[in-house]
Design a protein around this ligand. Structure first.
Ligand code: IPM
Ligand code: MG
Length: 366
């Protein structure tokens, strides 16, 4: 198979971690006889510096032409003073919109070797295996009108939180379909006791649920969901929620895994006419300016995202599983980066170890 991939390293640790994910992709493609057709582009601060815009028309075009995009991270403090349209993060938001990826899937698993890496008690996190399905193209992130107005004590600002039937319907279907491949349970998270948007959300999710009688649906208010995530994480299978709630809850859920550096994500839209399902793959963490350039950022979130890409956008399940098994092995036997129980490995040594393990396993199974 020919894999047309656009790599957008972005800012901060983005370049270091995506380099390792690319190494892993190359290893897998060599072993399985796939052709890796890779291009690289600019996004975020890196693009601002080069083109004056956080994402250029050229990058958007390249993303449209690719089968999948692998992204590092965007944003650095030096760009934070810029107006919203020029902030580094805008590049990522525009890319998500342009690619039409409305569903952001964020799997969270607690690995036995890392129970001690979480501040939460082992008995509580053991067995955690949940999937956050975050709506990615609507809500407060994109709602109009929005503005920051006035000066001095007359300053005011507002955002809008809109959702339409269609937007809720498509993400709800995605969640129910995914639940069918897991433990058949969807927990929909909203704030329907206060927000009209959430009342619509709850109505539509409940209506769609009727088509999935084999899937159990429950609803939680977001404040309670935030508490349940750390009180009883095993109570979740698929957690379905809107854009901002999903952003917040996924960082919280990272505590269950032991480090935010571990968590992968993939964002999907609708299948194209040619049958392909383009996706945007990125670890859930940010650009970590404090770690950038030190060579100690955890690449496993990015490597896991590459595995998700092979499975979801290319249907290469065995290849994805080979990467996931290698990640598990490296978590258990090392090397690991300092975020995991004070590991002494480097970004490159962790990436290298994943590649070696993939090669070793391929030899054994031949
Ligand atoms: C994430 C990030 C982004 C988001 C930022 C960088 C715009 O926090 O992917 O979770 O809020 O979606
Ligand atoms: Mg976030």
């Amino acid at each position: 198979m020919r894999l047309n991939i656009l790599v957008l390293p972005g800012d901060g640790i983005g370049a270091e971690i995506t380099r390792e994910a690319v190494k892993v992709l190359r290893t897998v493609c060599e072993l399985h006889g796939h052709e890796l057709a890779m291009k690289e582009g600019l996004i975020g601060g890196a693009s601002l510096d080069a083109t004056g815009s956080p994402i250029s028309a050229a990058t958007l075009k390249a993303a449209g032409a690719a089968d999948a995009v692998l992204l590092g991270a965007v944003g650095l403090p030096k760009y934070d003073h810029l107006p919203p349209a020029q902030r580094a993060e805008r590049g990522l938001l525009d890319l998500r919109q342009a690619m039409g990826v409305f569903a952001n899937l964020r799997p969270v698993k607690a690995h036995p070797a890392l129970y001690g890496a979480s501040p939460l008690k082992e008995a509580l996190i053991a067995g955690t295996d949940l999937l956050i399905v975050r709506e990615l193209m609507g809500g407060l992130y994109f709602g109009q009108p929005r503005a920051f107005e006035g000066t001095g004590k007359d300053r005011r600002a507002f955002n809008t939180l809109p959702y339409s039937y269609v937007e809720v319907e498509r993400i709800a279907r995605m969640a129910f379909e995914l639940a069918r491949t897991r433990r058949n349970k969807v927990t929909s998270v909203d704030k329907a006791n206060v927000l009209e948007t959430s009342q619509l959300w709850r109505q539509v999710v409940t209506e769609i649920a009727a088509e999935y009688p084999d899937v159990t649906l429950d609803h939680l208010y977001v404040d309670n969901a935030a508490m349940q995530l750390v009180l009883n994480p095993k109570g979740f299978d698929v957690l379905l929620t809107e854009n901002l709630f999903g952003d917040i809850l996924s960082d919280e859920a990272a505590v269950l895994a032991g480090s935010i550096g571990l968590l992968p994500s993939g964002s999907l839209g609708s299948r194209r006419a040619d049958g392909k399902l383009p996706g945007l793959y990125e670890p859930i963490h940010g650009s970590a300016p404090d770690l950038a350039g030190k060579g100690i950022a955890n690449p496993l979130g990015s490597i896991g995202s590459a595995a998700a890409m092979l499975e979801w956008s290319f249907g290469l399940k065995a290849e994805a599983q080979a990467i996931e098994a290698a990640i598990d092995h490296v978590i258990q036997h090392g090397p690991t980066t300092p975020d995991l129980l004070g590991g002494t490995g480097t970004t490159a040594s962790v990436g290298g170890a994943v590649c070696s393990r993939i090669k070793a396993m391929a030899k054994v199974t031949k």
